[in-house]
Ligand binder design. Structure first.
Ligand code: HEC
Length: 111
């Protein structure tokens, strides 16, 4: 009985945390950090610029279990990308705050 209760509590807690995490996207904070980091020079939510729109990225990564991790790496490690046919280092978010980076990643994936 005690075991069943523990398992049940675990399930309830896990799904509650899932909901909390999904709701935790702070769009204003994501926007201001991306503005500060000059992301909108090459990206927009719904239009292609030098880089893909966030809607396109979100659609491509939808349902992939490693989507968050992939974008986290993309936005923290300066991977090489092609801009105007030339290879450049992709810019990273101007912060060391892990939670702020995750917030931007979730914001992009929610488009
Ligand atoms: C100089 C232009 C430029 C700037 C500035 C820039 N990006 Fe990009 N970004 C690109 C290009 C080009 C790609 C496409 C790379 C590819 O497909 O290989 C890209 C790809 C991406 C992707 C898709 C990655 C994937 O794996 O599908 C995301 C998300 C992204 N950028 C977010 C950002 C954020 C957030 C910032 C600000 C820190 C930023 N970009 C700044 C040009 C830029």
């Amino acid at each position: 009985m005690r075991f069943a209760k523990t398992v049940l509590a675990g399930i309830v807690l896990t799904s509650w945390m899932g909901i909390a995490a999904a709701e935790a996207v702070d769009a204003d904070a994501a926007h201001s950090l991306m503005k500060k980091s000059n992301c909108f020079k090459c990206h927009s939510v719904d239009k292609k610029k030098e880089g893909p729109s966030f809607q396109k990225t979100a659609a491509e990564l939808k349902g992939k279990p490693d989507a968050e991790q992939k974008l986290y790496v993309h936005l923290t490690t300066h991977p090489k990308v092609k801009v105007d046919g030339k290879e450049e280092e992709h810019s990273s978010l101007k912060t060391k705050d892990e939670a702020a980076i995750r917030n931007v990643v979730r914001y992009i994936l929610a488009q």
